[in-house]
Every structure is written in C-alpha cells, then in structure tokens.
Design a protein around this ligand. Sequence first.
Ligand code: ADP
Ligand code: MG
Length: 242
Amino acid sequence: MINIKGLSKFYGNFQVLKGCTTHINKGEVVVVCGPSGSGKSTLIKCINALEPFDSGEIHVDGVSVGAKGTDLPLLRRQVGMVFQQFELFPHMTVMDNLVIPQTQVLKRPKAAAHERGQRLLERVGLGAQASKFPGQLSGGQQQRVAIARALAMEPKAMLFDEPTSALDPEMVAEVLAVMTELAQEGMTMFCVTHEMGFARKVADRVLFMDAGEIIEDAPAAQFFDAPQTPRAQGFLQQILAH
Ligand code: ADP
Ligand code: MG
C-alpha cells in the first residue's frame, strides 16, 4: 500500500532523512518510534506530500508521490492523517467538522454525509456529541472526532503522528482503543507513537528511527524482545522504565 525507497530530505544543509526504505502492506499496522528529532514526523508528512523530499521514491497504492502530475489533493484524501494537535475547526460543530469535508471535497450529498458522520461518531463513542463545538469536548474526545473526520473520507490508509502525546493520561486509553479497533478492522496504519503497549499488542512491525535513518524494522515481538541496535535497546529501556 505504501512503499518508501531511499527517501532523503534536507532542511538547508541539515539532512533530516537519510535513505529511508520501508513498506506498509495493505491491512498492516506499522509503528514508528525513536528519539525526538530523529525525523519521524518528517517521514510521515512526506507520505501524503505535506513535505517535499529531495531523493528517493514513495508510492501510495501504486501512485508516485513525488512525480510531477500526481494529483496531490486526491492523494491526501486517500491517506487520512491524525496529528498530535487535533486541528478540528473550532467554529464548527462536531457534525459540521465531519460533514463539510465530505460535501466540499467528495461532493457527497449533505444527507449522506450527515448519515456517515453520525455513524462514525457512534463508532468512536461520541454519538451524542454531534451538536457540540470542539472546545466543549475533552482532548480525548476531540482526538476521536479527528479520527472520525479522517475516516469520513474513506481513506485507503491512515497516518498518525503522536496522536496521544498531547492528552492527559486518562484520555490516552480511549484514543488507543479506537485505534486498536480500527487496526482490527483491517485499516492500513502508519503510527508514530511511543505507546509501547499499543505497539506490542497491535503493530505488525515496529520501525526505530535515529538521526534520520530507520535503523530497525522488525516484527513487533522481535523488536521488543530482542532489539538489534544498542540505540534501540537504550531507547526501550528508557521508555519502559516509567
Ligand atoms: P521527530 O518527529 O522525530 O521529533 P521531526 O521530523 O519533527 O522529528 O524533525 C527532525 C529534525 O528536523 C529535527 O532536528 C527538527 O529540528 C528538524 N526540522 C523539522 N522541521 C523543520 C523545518 N521546517 N525546518 C528546519 N528543520 C526542521
Ligand atoms: Mg514528531
């Protein structure tokens, strides 16, 4: 579904990605972890062309992201993205946040968009919150709305960039529960997260990034039980210690 080959990117003279190669098969859940500044967000943003890259290739469902002439708006609506900050429209109700992208971008009739919106809100446990504004919801609820909004576009894959990092601890579980359900339903997912319990339970593979390189790419059980590099070993010790 997503194929990344020899991906490199510079910010000025600083090389943020150094020949990253990996793939995500249809229905697979891949977790990306690694120290702050290692390039995780940049990698994930390259996949739906929110960041350009300098060399290498990315294909999403066979379509080359970097090629001239690629329909980037089409690509972006096929690849849902959920950020650390929920980025809902604050002046619109929860339902409008879900309906407007469907009617404006997909040209879906309003009634159908509304119906789909309600179904997705129910699926993330927020069926009763449709008429509220984002600011009236908790962080965990807002993030679940953001996931529902991404799903409303019927994406082929979902990208998550630290979706629980801005949440109070008691809200992390409710968001991870939604993500786990999504994974179990067969969604193709690429998740930057340091929630190692989620990674161990749900991920098919774990990538470990350090200084712009993917230095481990292993089945989850193997990554946790026998990380290959001292860097990943140290990272895991640190993160699992608290
Ligand atoms: P991570 O998500 O792993 O914390 P990022 O991909 O956000 O890492 O950033 C990787 C590196 O690139 C960091 O050193 C960061 O300071 C740098 N960086 C990120 N965005 C920019 C930018 N727009 N311009 C210059 N440097 C950037
Ligand atoms: Mg980041």
